[in-house]
Ligand binder design. Structure first.
Ligand code: UDX
Length: 448
C-alpha cells in the first residue's frame, strides 16, 4: 500500500516508520526543509527508543521516503494521514489551522479516490471540517473526486511509542463508509494478526474516544494527587493506600501514582480541549475542570514544601533538580513539572543545579539563555555532581538511574541533607537512617 503521512512530528514519524516496517510504501511530508533533509540523512528530531533504527533501515530498503512536496507524494498514494499539531488556542480549544491547511493542500492535489485519515487529536466534528475543506478545493479545481475522511486516533506513549504502534492494545477506526473501512482494515492487518484489534465505529465516536481515554487517565492521576493531599492532613502514607487500592482489579495499579502532576504533549492539552468542547455545547464539565485545576496546583506541591521548610526567600540557596523531562524515557519537556518547579525556585532567589539523563539539550532550549550565562541554572553531567553544595535535592522525574540513592556520596556533597521526593521513589525511613530529612508526596503530616 502507498501511504502519505503529513507532519513528521512525534506521531507522524512513528506512524510512518512503523507502517514502512510492516511493508507499506510510506512518504512522509513536512514543510520544514531542514527537518526533511536531516531525516533523509538519518537524523531524527526526537528521541524515541527504537525509532532511529526503523527510520534508517526502512529508508535503505526503499520503503520510507521524506519530502517537502505533498503534490509529488500524492501522485502515487491514495491514503493520506494528517498528523500535524493541534496546539491549544488561548481559550483552550484545539487550534485546527494546521490540520485544515493540510486538508486544503490534499484537496488541491488528489485526482483519484482517496482516504484521508485524521491521526492528530482533534475535537469531535473536525472530520466534517476536513471533508468540507477538501470538497471546497475540489470545487475550485472543478474536479469530481470521491474521497472519505476517517478518524484513527493514536494511543502512543512517549518512550514506548514504537512498541505501542507495532503491538497495539486496540486500533480505533471511525469510518462512515464501507469502502474506507475496508482499506483501513487492510492497512492495519499486519498489526492485527494474532487477534482482531480493530474497533470500528463512526467518525465522531472515534474522535471522542481519544479524548475520553486521555481524560480518564488524567482523572486517575488527579484523583490520586488529591488523595495524597488528604493523606498529608491525616498523617497517612499514600503509598500504602495506593498499593491497597491497586490490588482491586477494577481499579488497577496503573496511573494511580501520586507525584508532581501530569505533563507532556497530550494530557494537559486534551483535557483543556475537552473542557472547551463541552462548554461550547453548553454543558459545564465540573469533574474535568477539577482534574485540570488539581493538576496545576499539584505542579507546585514540591514548592509548597520547600517554602514550608525554607521560607520564601531562597537567595543564596542552591537546589539540585533530578529529572527534567515530563516523564522518564523521553527528552520531552512540554508542560513538564520541572519547568514550574525551577521557575518558582528562581523567582524566590534560588540557584539551580540540574541533571537529566536525556533532556539536557532540551533544557537549554526551554529556559532563557541569561539564566545559564548568569549561572542561575547550571546543567551537570551526573546526578551526584549536581548535588555539589546544595541545600536540598528535589526529585521531579523518576528515571531508573535515580532509584537507588548513594547516600555516602550525597552526605559528602550536599550542604544540607534534605530530600524532596516528588515521585515517592525513596523509602523515607532509609533516608532518615542515613541522616537525611525526607519530604515525599502524601506521606507525612502537613503541619508536623
Ligand atoms: C499519554 C497517553 O498515555 C497516550 O495513550 C496518549 O496517546 C498520549 O498521552 P504520554 O503523554 O506519553 O501518553 O505519557 P504517559 O505515560 O501517559 O504519562 C503522562 C503523565 O502522567 C506524565 O507526566 C506522568 O508522569 C504522569 N503520571 C502517569 C503520573 O503522574 N502518575 C501516574 O500514575 C501515571
Amino acid at each position: 500500500m502507498n501511504i502519505t503521512i503529513v507532519g513528521t512530528g512525534y506521531v507522524g514519524l512513528v506512524t510512518g516508520a512503523c507502517f514502512s516496517e510492516m511493508g507499506s510504501h510510506v512518504t512522509c511530508v513536512d514543510v520544514d526543509k531542514t527537518k526533511i533533509e536531516n531525516l533523509k540523512n538519518g537524523i531524527l528530531p526526537i528521541y524515541e527508543p527504537g525509532l532511529e533504527n526503523l527510520v534508517i533501515q526502512n529508508c535503505k530498503e526503499g520503503l520510507l521516503h521524506f519530502t517537502t512536496d505533498l503534490a509529488e507524494a500524492s501522485q502515487s498514494s491514495n491514503i493520506f494521514f494528517i498528523a500535524v499539531g493541534t496546539p491549544p488556542g488561548e481559550d483552550g480549544s484545539a487550534d485546527l489551522k494546521y490540520v485544515l491547511g493540510v486538508a486544503s493542500e490534499i484537496g488541491q492535489n488528489i485526482d483519484k479516490y482517496s482516504v484521508i485519515v485524521d491521526k492528530s487529536t482533534v475535537p469531535v466534528g473536525t472530520a466534517d471540517k476536513v471533508r468540507a475543506t477538501i470538497q471546497k478545493e475540489l470545487e475550485i479545481r472543478g474536479k469530481d473526486v470521491e474521497f472519505d475522511v476517517v478518524s484513527n486516533p493514536e494511543f502512543l506513549k512517549e518512550g514506548a511509542a514504537v512498541e505501542d504502534f507495532l503491538k497495539p492494545d486496540r486500533i480505533v477506526v471511525g469510518a462512515d463508509s464501507q469502502k474506507a473501512a475496508k482499506i483501513m482494515q487492510r492497512l492495519y492487518a499486519p498489526f492485527s494478526r494474532n487477534r482482531d484489534k480493530l474497533i470500528f465505529m463512526n467518525v465522531r465516536d472515534a474522535e471522542m474516544t481519544k479524548y475520553t481515554a486521555n481524560a480518564m487517565l488524567a482523572t486517575k492521576i488527579s484523583f490520586m494527587n488529591e488523595i495524597a493531599n488528604i493523606c498529608e492532613y491525616l498523617g497517612v502514607d499514600v503509598e500504602n493506600v495506593r498499593k491497597g487500592i491497586g490490588s482491586d482489579r477494577r481499579i488497577g495499579y496503573s496511573f494511580i501514582y501520586p507525584g508532581c502532576g501530569y505533563g507532556g504533549s497530550c494530557f494537559p492539552k486534551d483535557v483543556k480541549a475537552l473542557i472547551r468542547t463541552s462548554r461550547d455545547t453548553g454543558f459545564e464539565p465540573e469533574l474535568l475542570a477539577s482534574v485540570e485545576k488539581r493538576n496545576m496546583i499539584q505542579k507546585k506541591a514540591m514548592i509548597e514544601k520547600v517554602v514550608r521548610r525554607f521560607g520564601t526567600n531562597l537567595s543564596g540557596m542552591t537546589f539540585a533538580i533530578w529529572g527534567l523531562s515530563f516523564k522518564p524515557g523521553t527528552d520531552d519537556m512540554r508542560e513538564a513539572p520541572s519547568v514550574v518547579v525551577i521557575n518558582s525556585l528562581i523567582e524566590m532567589g534560588a540557584t539551580i543545579h540540574a541533571y537529566d539523563p536525556v533532556a539536557m539539550e532540551q533544557a537549554r532550549k526551554e529556559f532563557p539563555e541569561n539564566l545559564f550565562s548568569t549561572k542561575k541554572i547550571e546543567l551537570f553531567n551526573s546526578p551526584y555532581d549536581a548535588l555539589d553544595n546544595c541545600d536540598a535535592m528535589i526529585l521531579v522525574t523518576e528515571w531508573k538511574a535515580f532509584r537507588q540513592l548513594r547516600f555516602s556520596i550525597m552526605v559528602e556533597k550536599m550542604k544540607q541533607k534534605v530530600i524532596f521526593d516528588g515521585r515517592n521513589l525513596y523509602d523515607p525511613e532509609e533516608a532518615r537512617e542515613n541522616g537525611f530529612e525526607y519530604h515525599g508526596v502524601g506521606r507525612e503530616l502537613k503541619f508536623s
